[in-house]
Design a protein. Structure first.
Length: 161
C-alpha cells in the first residue's frame, strides 16, 4: 500500500511543479491586461498535448487492466501525474503570447527590438534559443520563434515607413 501512496504523492508533485509556472504566467498576463497590454496566443502545443492525453489514457488503461499488481497501479498513477503535468508545462513552454510590439518570454515582456539572435538547437524537441541584446536567453519551439521573427520583421517595416 505504501507504494500506491508514494505514487499518488509523486503524481501530485508532478502536476503541482508544472502548474505553478502556468499559474504565474496567467497572473502575469492578467497584470499585463490590467495595464493595457493584450496579447495574442500562438498555440504550438497541440500535438504535444494530444500525445500527453493519449499517454494519460494509456496509463489509466494499464492500471485498470493490471489492477491486481500494486506496482503496475503505482506506475500508472505516477505516469498519469507526469503526463498531466506536461500538459501544464506545454502551456508555458510551447505557446507564445505576443502583440505588435513584443512578446512574453520567461514571464517578462520582451520588445522585438531587443531580440538579437535565434539559434536552432539540434535534438528531438527542435528547440530554438532566443537571445536578447541584454543577454537574456529563452527557449522556444520553432513555430513560436518563427512568429517572433515574423513579428519583428513586420515591426521593422512599420518603423521604416
Amino acid at each position: 500500500m505504501w507504494i500506491i501512496l508514494f505514487s499518488i504523492a509523486l503524481a501530485i508533485s508532478f502536476v503541482y511543479l508544472n502548474a505553478v509556472p502556468y499559474l504565474r504566467l496567467k497572473d502575469f498576463l492578467k497584470a499585463q491586461a490590467e495595464s493595457g497590454r493584450t496579447f495574442t496566443r500562438l498555440n504550438d502545443a497541440k500535438v504535444w498535448v494530444s500525445i500527453q492525453v493519449a499517454m494519460i489514457l494509456f496509463s489509466i488503461i494499464l492500471g485498470i487492466i493490471d489492477r491486481q499488481n500494486e506496482s503496475t497501479v503505482a506506475i500508472a498513477i505516477a505516469l498519469t501525474g507526469s503526463f498531466g503535468g506536461n500538459i501544464f508545462a506545454a502551456q508555458v513552454n510551447r505557446c507564445l503570447y505576443y502583440n505588435e510590439s513584443g512578446f512574453i518570454m520567461g514571464n517578462k515582456y520582451i520588445p522585438y527590438k531587443s531580440v538579437k539572435d535565434f539559434e536552432r538547437k539540434r535534438g528531438v524537441l527542435r528547440i530554438v534559443d532566443v537571445t536578447t541584446y541584454s543577454g537574456e536567453r529563452g527557449k522556444m519551439t520553432p513555430g513560436c520563434a518563427n512568429m517572433v521573427r515574423t513579428q519583428k520583421e513586420a515591426r521593422e517595416k512599420r518603423k521604416e515607413k
